[in-house]
Write a protein that binds this ligand. Sequence first.
Ligand SMILES: Cc1cc2nc3c(=O)[nH]c(=O)nc-3n(C[C@H](O)[C@H](O)[C@H](O)COP(=O)(O)OP(=O)(O)OC[C@H]3O[C@@H](n4cnc5c(N)ncnc54)[C@H](O)[C@@H]3O)c2cc1C
Length: 224
Amino acid sequence: MTSQPLPRALPVTDRTRHRRLREQGSVERADLEAILDAGFVCHLGVVVDGRPVVLPTVYGRDEHRLYLHGSVASRSLAADTAVCVTVTHVDGLVLARSVFEHGVNYRSAVIHGTARKVTDPDEKLEGLRLLTEHSAPGQWSYARRPDRRELAATTLLAVSLYEASVKIRTGAPDDGDGPDAERGLWAGVLPLTQAWGVPVPDPALRPGTAVPEHIARRAGTRQG
Ligand SMILES: Cc1cc2nc3c(=O)[nH]c(=O)nc-3n(C[C@H](O)[C@H](O)[C@H](O)COP(=O)(O)OP(=O)(O)OC[C@H]3O[C@@H](n4cnc5c(N)ncnc54)[C@H](O)[C@@H]3O)c2cc1C
């Protein structure tokens, strides 16, 4: 599916305008893209039967849109529905002198949109490829691709990346130059990182089946 390039500055709309902690906001689309590319799990917020539900789910993306998938039976994957999707990376705990000033160093993105059900077979396959490759680069070529029955059992939604916001917090606690600095308490940041482990073979694996290179090389690399 071709579209005009999205503006490199994120639009400030009624929904995306930061009202609190504005200094942490960014309007750079590059920051949004970096946050999306650093993760593969989002939280999909949607109203089902008049009640909000927020569910974790994996995603993929191209330049214009996010792709989400699941069972055709999933009630949260409804077409033409207003959605809010968030992606969050926690980089550290900010430990201040006062409990009030404690915080989190993070990168987060919020996407507001209307979910579109992908019905075009070519776009559906491409969306599923992007989704697979986003979390497991190399698997689309390695594993068996979905057949007609599996495709029919899968809903693919597309959400435009146009209306999105970003917040990023980095650095030390905010009370280093306040009266609590006199207390002599330790304050600082406790960093948090995630890394991929060593691949664990399926016990049902046929003897001698090697770990493919595209999986083996991720062991020990940072995620997030
Ligand atoms: C891991 C983590 C922990 C946090 N913990 C707290 C906490 O304990 N208390 C607290 O007050 N805040 C916390 N925040 C910040 C929180 O996400 C909100 O940004 C903040 O509370 C302002 O909320 P608001 O309702 O006033 O948002 P508003 O400024 O009214 O939100 C308006 C719009 O700004 C955008 N926006 C708001 N927050 C974010 C965000 N985080 N990322 C991207 N876009 C955003 C959205 O598009 C939203 O619709 C945390 C954030 C993260 C990532």
